[in-house]
Ligand binder design. Sequence first.
Ligand SMILES: Nc1ncnc2c1ncn2[C@@H]1O[C@H](COP(=O)(O)OP(=O)(O)OP(=O)(O)O)[C@@H](O)[C@H]1O
Length: 269
Amino acid sequence: MDGRVASSGETQRRDGAEVLRVENLTVRYGALVALRDVSWSVRPGEILGIIGPNGAGKSSCFAAVTNAVGHSGQTFLDGDEVSATKTFDLASRGLRRTFQQNSFFGELTVLQNAIAAIVREYSASLATSLFLPWREIAVRRQAELIAAQLLEFFGVAAQYHDKLPGDVPYGVQRLLSVALAYGTGSKVLLLDEPAAGLGGSDMQKLADVLVDLRGCNLALVVIEHHMDLIMSIADRIVMIDQGAMLATGTPAEIQRDPKVREAYLGRDE
Ligand SMILES: Nc1ncnc2c1ncn2[C@@H]1O[C@H](COP(=O)(O)OP(=O)(O)OP(=O)(O)O)[C@@H](O)[C@H]1O
């Protein structure tokens, strides 16, 4: 992998400028207002948690940020307005997301999935190498090496690299989803319930990976229902209820907020 994934000891930069800012995002599905005037921002080296009850509008918020659904409001990436930038182009600029469900190429091995995730940066070299077969082998080897490093960084052990994604443990699949979204390097990762279905040590592994990514100056926005996880790793939390922002603050402030307790934390979800 390139230098963008560094050791967890790398200095964090939480006082930097916002890398992603959303303003007044509103999403309508016909007559239903799923999201209303939601605004937040995230900086490099920061984890922003988004919490809220089922159907609150959290996933719609990610869909709006990535311009995958019709909406109003504005999005700024590195200070540039990207409110109308295509989802694919946002990904090229380092704004990427995962979904609640894992999505892999089921017929490709774990390593091949990782190669597919990084191959865009190599496509030009591969095209050139059609005329230079010896070069194609070298480029492929390099892509395999980088893909293996990517997987290792995300805690997907070498023993799984040659297996199909469906044949590896569920906890590993969740880590693989995050790794594939990261690819050769992202600025902002939007993770939609990365811990869904995880427990115990798998959740701890995921938490460790997310904290390591923060240490590499990545900005992370994490939708999560597991309160213990998000309260322990997030720097700030945004709480959404019935499409509207109900509260924002540090995990401690959010946990003390009576509105939040009433709307969410007090319920058995
Ligand atoms: N494509 C769609 N068409 C119509 N309504 C939708 C669509 N997607 C979501 N909704 C509705 O919009 C509201 C917000 O849904 P959304 O998935 O954004 O909430 P959420 O907070 O992510 O929920 P969960 O925690 O259950 O994933 C819900 O009432 C949902 O039924």
